[in-house]
Design a protein around this ligand. Structure first.
Ligand code: ADP
Ligand code: ADP
Length: 226
């Protein structure tokens, strides 16, 4: 699975609020797609529909040519990185990274191999025995990235993954995420309200406002550089 299609998708929350309307969008295999727009415009809702964390109220969501409107999250070939990291405080870094694989009954030697490879790539091997509370923000975010990487998903979903980091770290982690995309050869869908971040990372940017897509294009299309 690699290509994601929204066909006239709608999201109406239980309270009646229309968070996303008339969303038609084709996300290509291996592209780095950024959803950009102000807080409340529907970015997370869109990402959560891909993850299966929010259901689709209308229209069709397809992975390749398969309708996934009713496919539960654990049956989707995606992994998500959250702004708040969402690490388990009582587990070690190793177990935080390994957890999704343990749940899926992947065998221990394979888990060990994947966790160590991811940790090496992210330069956190020396932290594998620590707990999240003993890590800096940047280190926690690396653990969250590692947890997504070991799943080897076809699609990486990232919701403001750098927003809790200080400015310098945010800029260096941007470069790391870009490298990760190149080395993993998978589709990335990345949510941010930060235009500079979108312009640096994206192959294509989808600009949203009030639950609708306003513009889709390359960084050059979206931002006329001087
Ligand atoms: P963004 O990620 O762009 O900040 P969201 O997708 O989180 O925006 O939210 C889009 C809109 O939907 C916002 O107005 C938000 O308040 C609303 N919203 C989000 N979740 C819910 C919910 N569970 N119930 C009702 N409204 C929601
Ligand atoms: P984000 O950091 O992505 O902007 P929020 O802080 O807006 O997230 O939302 C956190 C949680 O609260 C999400 O699960 C979202 O669905 C829910 N939520 C957001 N807005 C509303 C709302 N207006 N009514 C009910 N739930 C909401």
């Amino acid at each position: 699975m690699a290509r994601i299609r929204f066909n006239n998708v709608e999201k109406k929350y239980a309270n009646g609020f229309h968070a996303v309307q008339n969303l038609t969008l084709d996300i290509q295999d291996k592209e780095f797609l950024v959803l950009l727009g102000p807080s409340g415009c529907g970015k997370s809702t869109t990402l959560n529909m891909i993850a299966g964390l929010e259901d689709v109220s209308g229209g069709a969501l397809l992975f390749d040519d398969e309708l996934v409107n009713y496919t539960p999250p654990h049956k989707r070939d995606v992994a998500m990185v959250f702004q708040s990291y969402a690490l388990y405080p009582h587990k070690s870094v190793f177990d935080n990274i390994a957890f999704g694989l343990q749940m899926r009954k992947v065998d221990r030697a394979e888990i060990d191999k994947r966790v160590r490879e991811a940790a090496e790539k992210l330069e956190i091997t020396h932290l594998l025995d620590r707990r999240p509370s003993q890590l800096s923000g940047g280190q926690r975010q690396r653990v969250a990235l590692g947890r997504a990487m070991v799943r080897e998903p076809s699609v990486f979903l990232m919701d403001e993954p750098l927003s809790n980091l200080d400015a310098a770290l945010r800029i260096s982690m941007r470069a790391e995420i870009k490298e990760l995309h190149q080395s993993m050869q998978t589709t990335f869908v990345y949510v941010t309200h930060d235009q500079a971040e979108a312009l640096t990372l994206a192959d294509r940017i989808v600009v949203m406002k009030d639950g609708v897509v306003k513009q889709v294009g390359t960084p050059d299309d979206i931002y006329e550089r001087p």
